[in-house]
Each structure stands twice: as C-alpha cells, then as structure tokens.
Design a protein around this ligand. Structure first.
Ligand SMILES: *[C@@H]1O[C@H](CO)[C@@H](O)[C@H](O)[C@H]1NC(C)=O
Ligand SMILES: *[C@@H]1O[C@H](CO)[C@@H](O)[C@H](O)[C@H]1NC(C)=O
Ligand SMILES: *[C@@H]1O[C@H](CO)[C@@H](O)[C@H](O)[C@H]1NC(C)=O
Ligand SMILES: *[C@@H]1O[C@H](CO)[C@@H](O)[C@H](O)[C@H]1NC(C)=O
Ligand SMILES: *[C@@H]1O[C@H](CO)[C@@H](O)[C@H](O)[C@H]1NC(C)=O
Ligand SMILES: *[C@@H]1O[C@H](CO)[C@@H](O)[C@H](O)[C@H]1NC(C)=O
Ligand SMILES: *[C@@H]1O[C@H](CO)[C@@H](O)[C@H](O)[C@H]1NC(C)=O
Length: 711
C-alpha cells in the first residue's frame, strides 16, 4: 500500500518535471522565422496562432516574417510578449519627392492591434501641414515651418522642416493628409517634398538598435526609405478571452500572471476592447499560453516551496500509509484474536464447557481435579498435532504424545465429533474420570473444550499396550506367568474399583488388551474410557448402538443391547484367556472349526479337555498347574453366555488376588493348599450358593456342564 502511494507521488513529480521541461522549451522559442521569434498567440502554421489575425507569413528563403493587417502586409521586426507589442515596418507617406506619391491608409479597426503611444507622428518638409484623420475628423496635426538655411541632415526635430508629436492613445486608423504651407513669401509650398509617418520613439532615441534598417544614420532622413519601424500594441479580444477562460484553457489572473482590459473606448460602444496579459513580478514566460507564467525567481521559489510541500506530503503520505498498515495489522490481530476467542467460546459451549462449569459450581465435583488446558498449550505440547507424535488411533479419536510447558509428558486424546445428545455423557465422563484416582487406571489430567474437537489430557504411560506386549513379544523381556497373573489382578482390581468403589459405577465397555497400558514397571493401567458410561446417567443401560470390540463383545449385550457390569466381566474374561494362551481375541490363523473367536476356541478346548494344548508355553512352563487351571476356570466362568452366571469383578479380583498370593507362597514353601479354602472365601463373601466352586452368583445354572468339569 505504501509502495503504491509512493509511486503515485513519484508520478506526480515526474509530471511536474516534464511540464517544467516542456515550458522551458516553449519559453526559449516555439517557432521562429529567420532570426525572429514568433511567440504565441502569433504563429505561422494553422493551430499555432490564436486566430487568423495573429498569423505570420514567413518567407523561408529570405527569412522575413510578415503580418497582414487591413490587407497590408507589414514586415515584422520583433514580437514582445512581455510588453504585448509587435514591431513592424510601416509605410511612409510622401508627396513631391520624386517618383510616385505614396499614401497608405491602414485601419486597425477589427484587428487586435492599435498604434502604440510609443510612436511619434512626424511630418517632414518645408512648410508641411500633416493631419491625422479618423472617421472624417482630424485627431492630430503636425506642422513644420520652412527654414531655407537648414541642412538636410538634422539631429533634432523641433518645428523647422520637421515636426514631431506624440499620438493619441488607442489610435486605430492611420489616415494622413498633407498640405503645403505658404511660407508667406508666396513660394509654392505645395511643391515641396513632404513626408509624414509614424515611427517608434526608440528609432529616434536608440537608432543603433535599428542599424539593420539604417537607424544608425539620420533618423529623420526619409529620402531612401519607404517604411520605418512602428510599434503596435496588441491584445486578445475580450470575447475570445472570455470564452478561453470559460472553457478552461486560460487561467485568468492566476498566481503567476495578470490580465487587464485595454482600450475601453467609451464613445464607441461597438468596439470590443482587448485584453493584455503580463507575468506578475518575479515570473517569466508567456502569459498568453494558458495564462500561466513560469520560470523566474519567484517561480523558482514557488516551485521549490511546492516541491518541499510535495515531498513533505510524500513523506507524510508514506508515514501515513505505514501507520495505516500498522493500524490495519493491529486491527487484524485484534479481530483475529477476538474471533478466535469467540470461536473458543463457541467450541467450549458446544463441547459442554458450560455443563462442566455447572457441575463444578454445583459443588458435586472438586474443582481442583479438572484442569482446563488452554488450546494453545496443547497445540504447542503436541507440536501442532504432528503426525509423528501419534500414539494411537482408535474409534474414539487420535492420541498424541505431548510435553507440557512444565516438562510433563502427557497423552492428548483428540476426541471424535460428539453430538449434542452425547454431550452430557461426555462431560459426566470427564468429571468422573478426573475423580478416579486408582493406580491401575490411566489418570485424566484435564481437558480442553476450546477446540473444535474436545481434547482430553491423560498421563503418559510409556510401555505400550498389553496387546503389543503379548503379541509382539519382547525377546529380552518375556511376559512371565507371574506378570500375567499380576496384570490380570490389577486390571480386575481397576474394573472392580470402577464398578463399585468409585462414587458412581462406571462401566468401561471396551475392555481389551489394547486398552490396557503398561507403565515403566509393567503395571497395568486401564485406559480409554471413551465409551464408558456412568450408571446413574444411563440408568436403562440400553443403548441404540452396540459399542465395543469384536472378540471381546459380550454376546448377551450384543443381542439385547443392554450393557451390564457383567458385559465388562465377559470382556475381561477374553483378556484373561489372551493372557493364558498368548493368542489374539480374533484370529484368522485359527480355522472356523477351531473358533476364530478366542473365547469359543478356549471354551471348546476346555470342553475337549485339551486346555494345556492351547496355553502359552511360558504359562505351561512357569505356572503351577493348579493355578493355571484355576485362572482358566475363572476365565471360563467370565465367558458364560448368561451374564447373571458370570462372577462380579469383585469376585474375579478376589480370586486372582488369592491365586497371586498362593503363587508367592508356592514359590516359598511347597505346601499344599486347600483349593476350596483359597477359592471359597470370595464366594462366601458374596454369599451365593456354590454349586461348584466357580459357579458364582447365579441361582440356577443354565450351563449344563459343571464349570470345573475338566478337573
Ligand atoms: C521570398 O524571398 C525571396 C528573396 O528575398 C523572394 O525572391 C521571393 O519572392 C519571396 N517569396 C515570397 C512568397 O514572398
Ligand atoms: C463616424 O462618424 C459618424 C458621423 O460622423 C458617426 O455616426 C459614427 O459613429 C462614427 N464612427 C466612429 C467609429 O466613431
Ligand atoms: C481619410 O481622411 C479623409 C479626410 O477626412 C477622408 O476624406 C478619406 O475618406 C479618408 N480615407 C479613408 C480611406 O478612410
Ligand atoms: C479576469 O480577471 C480580472 C481580474 O481579476 C477580472 O476583472 C475579469 O472579470 C476576469 N475575466 C474573466 C473572463 O473572468
Ligand atoms: C476553448 O475555446 C477555444 C476557442 O474559443 C478553442 O480553440 C479551444 O480548443 C477550446 N478549448 C477547449 C479545451 O475546449
Ligand atoms: C466622446 O464623446 C463625447 C461627446 O459625446 C466627446 O465630448 C468626447 O470627446 C468623446 N471622447 C472620445 C475619446 O472620443
Ligand atoms: C459593430 O460591430 C459589428 C460586428 O461586431 C459590425 O458588423 C458593425 O458594422 C459594427 N458597427 C459599427 C458602427 O462599427
């Protein structure tokens, strides 16, 4: 923008200098004939003069310009724009001087010229009475008396043989009549040689100026002359002038020139007056061109001032533009920030921020536990959600690894779009999860609702998922039986906690090995509560959409769409089997008869009494046979088709804890354990009738086969 302004300024300057250059050329002389300059309004070619009456004929071979006035061609000697005069050679009237008498009448009426008062009217001869006539009346007289003693050469003109007088101003007509005066001696004055003429006063006073036409010799000697220099004043017709001013091609009385009306001949109403223009003091040039004078001292000062002003304006404009730009930039910034804030607010509202605030302010939830992260911080932490920072991508969104300003490593989950209906649930989840403080549940540190998609910030768990650990086994660090048992117990404990210990029961809904993370000490951390629901919020447990992962999905829930705590138990059972067998929940390596689903595969293996064929070699090698069998039968009970027959997470947890403890004991002291005693306790606690040791919580078993039939 500033650049454009400056360019405009430069163009203006360029025009200025161009115009100056042109006018300087014009001032020197636009055209000339011979060595005589022909300035405007005079001209030689069509278009170069103001009108026909200013036309100058130029004989290019002789270099003599001629002006035609009243049909008479007058040789032009010089043209002065400054004084609005033109010097011409004007005919001399003569009588009785040998040869033909000459008399020329020139009427300047209708022309832009008048005889200048700078001319003398001179009568020469012995006893000469010369009369100037205008419109039948005499307007001037000059009389010379006869002096016989006088030499023909004379230095002055003072009455004898010569009469010299000034002429009336605005003389338009040159019509001279001469009469011979009787000298009183009766001599024939009529026969004397007489001259009468108009002549420029400078011809008499500065003869050397006219050396080319004999001005340096006797200025009164007309014997060898038929014309003498005469000065004509000229101007522009008032009417022409007015039309020029009107159509804008002439600036009347501008700063540099001034024009005045000349020749207001009061008596003659018909006669149009003329206008003469001149430059104001300090200016030079041709005021008849546009009425503008240039150059000259004052003009130079003026131009310098204008230039400085323009430069000032330019600099001003430049700075102005700069400030304007800065201002605009600032406005843009403010606008952008405002808009981004507005957007943040909008997102915050849409993402349930208000709901959250409501809950927070209601006092149900302790405020300190939910941190609201600014979107900027998370953006920075995840390096603008760099693809390289992706930890995982799931049904509920993408998880990025990030580092907060305080150096804490976090996992940032960018949720998928949530619709209005899920909003309350989402917020409840955030509130609930932020309150869960269990060492085997991934901690939700906070959230950010200012972004288009809500962001959840979790603690970062470094060792990947259980799935990776099981199925991409680490050679150096194999998953031992002990670790498997511990992980199973930890996950069960976490689920038990979620189902009961937390202030409101929470179902995870998507228990699977990929949702179990392992920390630096290979402790299990249950993650991804994206689909989990608090029971109080979703009392019916009926969802329109079955959520979960195939292979882990409770078949009962799949049929009824009714999610219960036992659905989580089923999924946990699959994880348990995964831990035992080291096989994937769904595998196409297994034949259809074997069971693509791990649960089916496992149940079939147990039923056909070949459990140990499908167990992970590590498990077979390291695990006590009885413990392994107990875990297997626990898994089997978790996988019962009827949810009611499955144990609760509490029961599962207690069984696993006991097995874990007995494992430790087995290692230390190889004593026998009453399995019933070890296993019995949880069942006693739940006070369920025990048909078989693992047949828990169900009043009547729908499974015909006893749970531990493999024993
Ligand atoms: C131009 O001047 C030359 C020499 O003075 C003369 O011979 C010629 O006739 C003139 N031409 C015109 C058109 O006046
Ligand atoms: C010339 O004289 C006549 C009468 O003598 C008069 O009517 C006329 O207006 C005069 N013209 C001028 C231009 O003075
Ligand atoms: C010149 O003046 C005389 C005397 O007034 C007059 O008779 C004559 O007509 C005038 N000539 C012209 C051409 O006007
Ligand atoms: C030109 O300027 C003069 C002096 O300011 C004024 O008297 C005259 O009326 C002007 N003429 C026109 C045609 O504007
Ligand atoms: C103004 O008028 C004059 C004649 O009166 C004409 O020659 C000239 O071209 C005109 N200029 C404009 C710009 O109309
Ligand atoms: C104008 O006319 C009056 C009489 O009408 C006369 O007295 C006066 O001299 C005339 N002036 C000029 C300059 O002709
Ligand atoms: C007055 O001027 C007009 C043209 O402007 C001209 O035709 C007429 O002859 C003039 N009258 C006199 C008395 O000069």
């Amino acid at each position: 923008m500033a650049a454009v302004e400056l360019t405009v300024f430069q163009v203006i300057l360029l025009f200025w200098s161009l115009r100056t250059a042109v006018s300087q050329v014009e001032m020197r002389c636009p055209s000339s004939c011979g060595n005589i300059c022909i300035p405007y309004p005079f001209g030689m070619e069509e278009g170069s003069y103001l009108d026909e009456r200013f036309k100058i004929l130029c004989n290019s071979s002789s270099g003599v310009p001629k002006l035609t006035v009243d049909g008479t061609k007058l040789e032009v000697r010089d043209i002065s724009v400054r004084r609005s005069t033109i010097g011409v050679m004007f005919p001399v009237v003569s009588a009785n001087c040998g040869g033909k008498d000459r008399n020329t009448v020139v009427d300047l009426e209708g022309s832009p010229f008048v005889f200048s008062s700078e001319n003398y009217f001179i009568a020469r001869g012995c006893g000469n009475l010369a009369l100037m006539n205008q419109n039948q009346s005499t307007i001037g007289v000059c009389v010379s008396i006869c002096d016989k003693n006088r030499d023909s050469m004379m230095a002055s003109c003072s009455g004898t043989d010569c009469c010299q007088t000034t002429i009336p101003s605005f003389l338009k007509v040159f019509n001279v009549t001469m009469k011979g005066l009787d000298d009183g001696k009766g001599s024939s004055g009529e026969k004397q040689c007489r001259y009468a003429y108009l002549v420029a006063q400078s011809w008499i006073n500065y003869g050397s100026y006219y050396s080319d036409v004999g001005g340096d010799s006797d200025p009164y000697d007309m014997r060898h002359r038929d014309s003498v220099p005469v000065v004509l004043d000229w101007g522009i017709d008032e009417r022409v002038f007015e039309s020029l001013v009107k159509n804008g091609s002439f600036h009347n009385s501008s700063y540099s020139s001034t024009c005045q009306f000349l020749n207001p001949s009061i008596n003659s109403t018909n006669q149009s007056s003329t206008v003469q223009c001149s430059c104001r003091p300090g200016f030079e040039g041709n005021p008849y061109r546009y009425g503008i004078c240039e150059a000259g001292r004052a003009y130079d000062n003026y131009r310098r001032k204008i230039k400085a002003k323009m430069a000032g304006i330019g600099v001003g404009v430049g700075f102005g533009a700069l400030f304007l730009l800065i201002g605009l930039w600032w406005l843009y910034k403010v606008f952008k920030r405002k808009r981004s804030e507005k957007l943040k607010k909008k997102y915050f509202k849409r993402n349930g921020g208000l709901l959250l605030q409501e809950q927070l302010s209601s006092g149900e939830v302790s405020v300190e536990k939910i941190k609201m992260f600014p979107s900027k911080e998370l953006d920075k932490a995840t390096d603008h959600y760099n693809v390289n920072r992706t930890l995982g991508q799931g049904g509920q969104g993408t998880v990025y690894k990030g580092m907060l300003a305080d150096g804490k490593i976090v996992a940032v989950k960018k949720s998928k779009v949530i619709d209005e209906g899920n909003l309350r649930q989402f917020i409840n989840e955030v509130v609930l999860l932020s309150q869960i403080n269990h060492r085997n549940v991934v901690k939700l540190l906070g959230c950010c609702l200012e972004t288009e998609l809500p962001l959840l910030v979790y603690e970062f768990i470094p060792n990947g998922t259980l799935y990776q650990f099981l199925h991409d086994p680490n050679e150096e660090f194999p998953l031992t039986w002990e670790m498997r048992l511990r992980i199973a117990a930890e996950v069960a404990g976490a689920l038990f906690y979620l189902h009961s210990a937390a202030s409101l029961p929470i179902f995870h809904r998507d228990i699977k090995s990929t949702n179990i993370l392992l920390d630096e000490k290979y402790r299990a951390k249950v993650a991804d509560f994206g689909t989990s629901r608090s029971v109080s919020i979703d009392q019916t447990h009926v969802t329109t959409q079955v959520q979960g992962t195939f292979g882990y999905l409770d078949p009962e829930y799949f049929q009824s769409s009714q999610f219960t705590d036992k659905s989580d138990v089923y999924s946990f059972g699959v994880v348990l089997v995964e831990l035992l067998t080291g096989q994937k929940a769904i595998s196409f390596k297994r034949s259809e008869e074997q069971g693509r689903s791990l649960a089916t595969y496992f149940i079939m293996a147990m039923e056909s009494n070949c459990l140990f064929d499908i167990l992970d070699p590590q498990v077979v090698k390291q695990g006590e046979r009885e413990d392994v069998l107990m875990v297997a039968s626990l898994a089997r009970s978790c996988l019962r088709l009827n949810g009611k027959e499955r144990p609760t997470m509490k029961e599962v947890t207690m069984v696993l804890e006991r097995i874990k403890k007995s494992e430790n004991l087995t290692v230390q002291q190889e004593s026998e354990y009453d399995r019933k005693e070890v296993m019995g306790a949880p069942w006693d606690v739940t006070s369920a009738s025990t048909i078989s040791s693992f047949d828990i919580g169900a009043p009547s078993s729908l499974d015909e086969k006893p749970l531990l039939h493999t024993y």
